[in-house]
Design a protein around this ligand. Structure first.
Ligand code: NAP
Length: 281
C-alpha cells in the first residue's frame, strides 16, 4: 500500500521484459501526476487471487499480459470490446467493480491512423497473418472498419477456423502457401505472429505482390524494423510498427487510472526505442 497515491501495475509471468512501466512512469513524470506504475510477477495459479486483491494492495487498476489475458475476463466485468475479443489487457476499479477492456484494438487502429492517415478509406481486402490472441484483437478492430474480406493465414488451421467462428463470414481462412497469392488485391497486410522477431524466422511475404497503395503493419517490435517492414519500405509502401501500437494501446489505461489522456509523442517513442536498444533508422 502506498497511501493515497494512485498506483497501477502490469501483471505478467514473466513480466521483466515489459516496457509498460517505462511508458506509464514517463507519462506520470511528464504530466506531474503523483502516481506509481509497477511490475507484478504473478504465476497463473495465483492470478485470480491477485486480481481479487487489487484494491487491498492499493491499486486502481492494472495491465495484464501473457499468459493471463483470457483469465482476466473471468475475474472482471468485460466491456463490449474485451468480450468480443475474448481477452482483456486492462483492468480498472470502478465504484467497487473491477472492469476490463482490451486496448490492443484501439492501439492497433490509432497507430495505423497515425502512421498511414486515411488507411481505412475504401478499405477492401485485408490479409492478417496469425490467429492467436493479438490476431483476435486485430480482426475485431478491422471489422469495426470497412474491411470487406479479412483473409486469416495461420500455420495451425483450427485456430484460424476458430477466428472465423468467432467473427463470421467476412473472415476467410487460408494456408501459408496461399499468402503471396492473397496479396495482389490487399489494401493492408498485418503480421500478428512472432515471425520476424529476433531469433525467429522471417515471415517471407513477397512485397512485390502488394498494390502500391497497400499498408503493411507488424505487431512485432523487437527488432523495431522487422524484415517485413524493411521489405515494405524498400518497396515504397506505408508501414506501421509494433512499437507504435504498444504506445497507443497504453493510452486508455493511463486515462482510466490517472485521469489524464496522455499523448504518444516522438520523445516518448525515443525513450522506449533507446530502452529497446534499437534505432529508428
Ligand atoms: P499467440 O496467441 O501465442 O499467437 C502466436 C501466433 O504466431 C499464432 O498465430 C502462431 O501460429 C504464430 N506462430 C508462432 N510461431 C510461428 C512459426 N514458427 N511459424 C508460423 N506461425 C507461427 O501470441 P499473441 O499474443 O497473439 O502475440 C503475437 C505477437 O504479437 C507477439 O510477437 C506479440 O509480442 C505481438 N503483440 C504485439 C502487441 C503490440 O502492442 N505491438 C500487442 C499484442 C501482441 P499457430 O497458431 O500455428 O501456433
Amino acid at each position: 500500500m502506498t497511501g493515497t497515491i494512485p498506483a497501477a501495475c502490469i501483471i505478467g509471468w514473466p513480466v521483466e521484459h515489459s516496457r509498460s512501466p517505462l511508458i506509464h512512469n514517463y507519462w506520470l513524470k511528464t504530466y506531474g501526476i503523483a502516481g506509481e506504475y509497477r511490475r507484478e510477477a504473478v504465476p497463473p495459479e495465483r492470478f485470480a487471487a491477485f486480481v481479487r486483491s487489487l484494491a487491498a494492495r492499493g491499486y486502481v487498476g492494472a495491465n495484464v499480459t501473457v499468459p493471463n489475458k483470457e483469465a482476466a475476463l473471468d475475474g472482471s466485468l468485460p466491456d463490449e470490446v474485451a468480450g468480443a475479443v475474448g481477452a482483456a489487457n486492462t483492468l480498472w476499479l470502478d465504484g467497487g467493480f473491477l472492469r476490463s477492456t482490451n486496448t490492443d484494438v484501439e492501439g492497433f487502429l490509432n497507430n495505423l491512423e497515425a502512421c498511414a492517415p486515411g488507411w481505412d478509406r475504401d478499405l477492401g481486402n485485408v490479409v492478417v497473418v496469425g490467429a492467436g490472441g493479438a490476431a483476435r484483437a486485430v480482426v475485431y478492430a478491422l471489422l469495426t472498419r470497412d474491411a470487406q474480406r479479412i483473409a486469416v493465414v495461420n500455420r495451425t488451421r483450427h485456430r484460424a477456423e476458430a477466428l472465423r467462428e468467432r467473427f463470421g463470414e467476412r473472415v476467410a481462412i487460408a494456408p501459408f502457401a496461399a499468402l503471396n497469392d492473397l496479396l495482389g488485391d490487399a489494401a493492408l497486410l498485418v503480421n500478428t505472429t512472432t515471425l520476424g522477431m529476433a531469433g525467429q524466422p522471417e515471415l517471407g511475404a513477397d512485397m512485390a505482390r502488394l498494390p502500391g497503395h497497400a499498408v503493411v503493419a507488424d505487431l512485432v517490435y523487437v527488432p523495431l524494423r522487422t524484415p517485413l517492414l524493411r521489405a515494405a519500405q524498400a518497396r515504397g509502401l506505408r508501414t506501421a510498427d509494433g512499437l507504435g501500437m504498444l504506445l497507443h494501446q497504453a493510452v486508455p489505461g493511463f486515462a482510466l487510472w490517472f485521469g489524464k489522456t496522455p499523448e504518444v509523442t516522438a520523445e516518448l517513442r525515443a525513450v522506449v526505442e533507446a530502452d529497446l536498444g534499437s534505432s529508428a533508422a
